[in-house]
Every structure is written in structure tokens, then in C-alpha cells.
Design a protein around this ligand. Structure first.
Ligand code: GLU
Length: 420
């Protein structure tokens, strides 16, 4: 409202001022608000140890969020490309897990926070394993596990899978790749050290070259939000519908991101923000709210722990504002049990998971506490039963009939279905 407006009522008649809040929806409004307030936060330093990265625009700042339904929201420079750097690590770890499984991958790389710098030259005593796949040594060890007959074929596979996470074909920033290849002796040293300790599956020079290329893959914050959302959606890209990795792999990757994704600030991050995340030296940052959304920020200046200043501040606010901390109780859905009106009937509704199945089992056990007799389990309003709930129901029904109860089940969904 203009300061000179003599009649405030006349202004409110015209409705909200579109210039004050041009966002078409609440999520875009939240991102736009973060962008507006945090773009002036001019702290931190742009990484310079890879010379080409030092050229990044320190004012650049983009935010993007993708929901599990593939709805996309953006603010600021969300379409500005930058290199993934360490943000590639969770995705390449996912590819290694998808190829070899957790047990085999764990022989080569651990899952403990290192408490040391991302490029520290330190390996587990005895095994020579790097501590986790989010630090350079562990990422190089994970990259070494990827199959492929030639270096070109191996990289093409990596690029194709990263592209599947993003839902569009990504490419490589050749200048950043060349810059890191020219200066990456510390990473080569790490690879040689692992090779000497018996914990690197292939040639140190070949694997570091592949690693430098994977770090130089170029994407935007909008792409990264889709990649993050794919992890949060159990491995299915919510925009393209493609299954990129199996759900257990997505869960494993998110677990390591939660404990190791934010360099040496990972514990503090889990405490305050409470979301699995991964940052990189080019200013990229992804965070995942499992089964809700993936979010990504890009802003080159980094704090003393190596995390992007604006991105970290944006995620802290977003988590607080929308109550996203992983350890919070989820909102309680509709009640599982319907008042059936009869003692011998248990009627359930909605989607049955562990929590809902426990309620059904508890109610059945209560009904069955008396003398053995007929019982009715009415599932006609149940929309889905996940495998865990199905197994719980089966074993409860078996136990009840062994105890002499005659249980009739009506209206069970034909076969177990999963949400989404
Ligand atoms: N390519 C970078 C390096 O290995 C990635 C580091 C990072 O983003 O943390 O040094």
C-alpha cells in the first residue's frame, strides 16, 4: 500500500498486492521468500583449490523443490548450471550399491562419519577401507566398483544413470574437468594409498579420472531437486516415473547422507535440520524429506566446514518452517479402526502399514481374549496393505485359529498393493 493512500479500506478492496507476493502458491512463496532474504547474505568463500571453480559467481543463488508427485517449484537462479562435485557422491554410491549390493560394497567402503576433512588421507586400520562414500577416498572407492569394459563405457554408464536420476540428459563441464585433472594430485595420492592398502578395486589413475569426470557433471538446482526427490521417492523418479534404483538402495544412500553428507558439520546438521543432505564445493546442496520431497540449492560461497552458506541457511529455515525434522512424529492420518458396533467384529480402513497393522492386531487380540468363537475382520474399507502389514496380519490370523478362533476376513484387497 502506498504511504499516501488516504483510505486503507479502499486498498484492501483491491485484494492482496500482487507485486508484494507474486508467487502462485505457498511453496513457491516460501522459496521466493528465502531467495529474497538470503541472497543478501554475503558470507563465506568460493572454493578455489580447483582453479576453474574460483570463477563462479558468488552472488548466484537458486532454489528448487520437487514433490513425490513430481510437482516442481523454483526460485532464483534454479536453471543455472554448475558442476555436481561432491553432490555426485550419493548417486554414484547408489549405482555401486545397485550393482553389487550393500554387503559387497561395504567390503570396500564403510559407513561411519570420519570426523576428518573430506579430502583427509586416512583409511581404516587393518582393512584400508575409507570411512564412508561421502568423503573423497570413499567416493573414489565407490567409483572403482562400477562396471564397464573401457573407461569411456564406464563413464557413459555413470552419466546415463545420473541423467536418469535427473530425468534429462546431463553433460560434463570440460573446463572444470580439465582444471581438476590438472590439479587433483591429492585425490590421486588417496587412490594410490588405497590401492597399496588393498582397498581399491582398480587402477588409481583410471579411477581418479572417472571420479574427476563424475564431479564435473553439470546440472542445475532444478535438476538436483529431481535427483534428490528420486532418492526420497524410494528410487523412482517422480517426474519421469522411471525406477532408477531399488528402494533398499535409496534408503541406504539416504542413511549415509544423514550421518556423513555435510562434511564435518554432519552431526550438527542432523541435530538442527534433521534431513539427509549432501553438499559440494561448487555450492550445490541437496536435502531429502523422505516420502515428501527433494530440495536443492546452489550458491557458491562456502562456510568454514565447506558447506554453502546460503543453501544451509535456506534448508535450516525450510525445515523449521514446515516441521520437517526426520525425528518428528509424522502427522497422524485417519484412524485405522472403525467402530464396528459388535464385539466380534474388527473393521479397518485406509492403507495398512506396520503402525496400522499393529492397531488391527491389538484390537483382534482384545476381541479374542474371551472364549474361542467366531471373529470377523472387515477389510472392505482398506485401500492398500504393504508387505509388512500383510505378514503381520497373516501371522496373527494363524495364531488366532491355532487358539481355536474362527476368523473370517472380508473385503481384503485382492493382492497387496503399495501406496504410490
Ligand atoms: N572434486 C572435488 C574433490 O574431489 C569434490 C570435493 C567436494 O565437493 O567436496 O576435491
Amino acid at each position: 500500500m502506498a504511504a499516501a493512500d488516504p483510505d486503507p479500506a479502499a486498498d484492501s478492496d483491491r485484494g492482496p498486492d500482487p507485486a508484494a507476493d507474486p508467487a502462485p502458491d505457498a511453496v513457491t512463496a516460501a522459496l521466493a521468500d528465502l531467495y529474497r532474504r538470503l541472497r543478501t547474505l554475503d558470507e563465506g568463500e568460493v572454493a578455489a583449490y580447483i582453479p576453474e571453480l574460483a570463477r563462479a559467481d558468488r552472488a548466484g543463488f537458486g532454489l528448487a523443490l520437487v514433490s513425490m508427485d513430481g510437482h516442481r517449484y523454483e526460485a532464483g537462479e534454479a536453471s543455472e548450471p554448475f558442476t555436481l562435485q561432491s553432490v555426485s557422491k550419493p548417486f554414484v554410491y547408489a549405482l555401486a550399491l545397485a550393482e553389487l549390493g550393500l554387503d559387497e560394497v561395504s567390503r570396500w567402503v564403510g559407513a561411519e562419519p570420519s570426523g576428518e576433512a573430506f579430502n583427509a588421507i586416512s583409511l581404516e586400520e587393518g582393512t584400508g577401507r575409507p570411512s564412508n562414500a561421502m568423503v573423497n577416498a570413499g567416493a573414489i572407492a565407490a567409483t572403482a566398483l562400477l562396471p564397464g569394459a573401457t573407461p569411456a563405457e564406464r563413464f557413459e554408464r555413470v552419466l546415463a544413470r545420473l541423467s536418469a536420476f535427473a530425468g534429462r540428459r546431463l553433460d560434463v563441464d570440460e573446463a572444470v574437468y580439465a582444471s581438476e585433472a590438472a590439479t587433483g594430485d591429492r585425490n590421486r595420492a588417496l587412490a594410490y594409498l588405497m590401492r597399496g592398502a588393498g582397498s581399491l578395486a582398480c587402477d588409481p589413475l583410471a579411477v581418479t579420472d572417472l571420479y574427476f569426470r563424475q564431479c564435473a557433471v553439470r546440472a542445475t538446482a532444478a535438476d538436483l531437486a529431481v535427483m534428490a526427490a528420486t532418492l526420497g521417492n524410494g528410487g523412482v523418479n517422480p517426474v519421469t516415473g522411471e525406477r532408477v534404483v531399488d528402494e533398499p538402495v535409496a534408503v541406504q544412500v539416504l542413511s549415509v547422507m544423514a550421518t556423513c553428507g555435510m562434511y564435518d558439520a554432519s552431526g550438527e546438521w542432523l541435530l538442527r535440520v534433521g534431513l539427509p543432505a549432501k553438499s559440494g564445493v561448487s555450492g550445490g546442496l541437496i536435502a531429502v524429506s523422505p516420502a515428501r520431497f527433494g530440495v536443492a540449492c546452489w550458491s557458491p560461497p562456502l562456510d568454514a566446514t565447506g558447506n554453502p552458506v546460503r543453501g544451509a541457511a535456506a534448508l535450516r529455515e525450510l525445515s523449521e518452517r514446515f516441521g520437517l525434522h526426520l525425528m518428528r512424529r509424522p502427522a497422524r492420518g485417519a484412524p485405522t479402526l472403525l467402530a464396528a458396533g459388535q464385539d466380534a467384529v474388527v473393521a479397518a480402513q485406509g492403507a495398512l502399514d506396520f503402525t496400522a497393522a499393529e492397531r488391527v492386531l491389538f484390537a483382534l487380540a482384545r476381541r479374542a481374549a474371551g472364549p474361542a468363537g467366531p471373529l470377523l475382520l472387515d477389510l472392505s474399507r482398506v485401500t492398500a496393505i504393504d508387505p509388512v502389514a500383510e505378514a503381520m496380519l497373516r501371522s496373527a490370523l494363524g495364531r488366532l485359529s491355532a487358539a481355536g478362533h474362527r476368523v473370517t476376513v472380508t473385503g481384503a484387497p485382492g493382492r497387496p498393493v503399495r501406496d504410490g
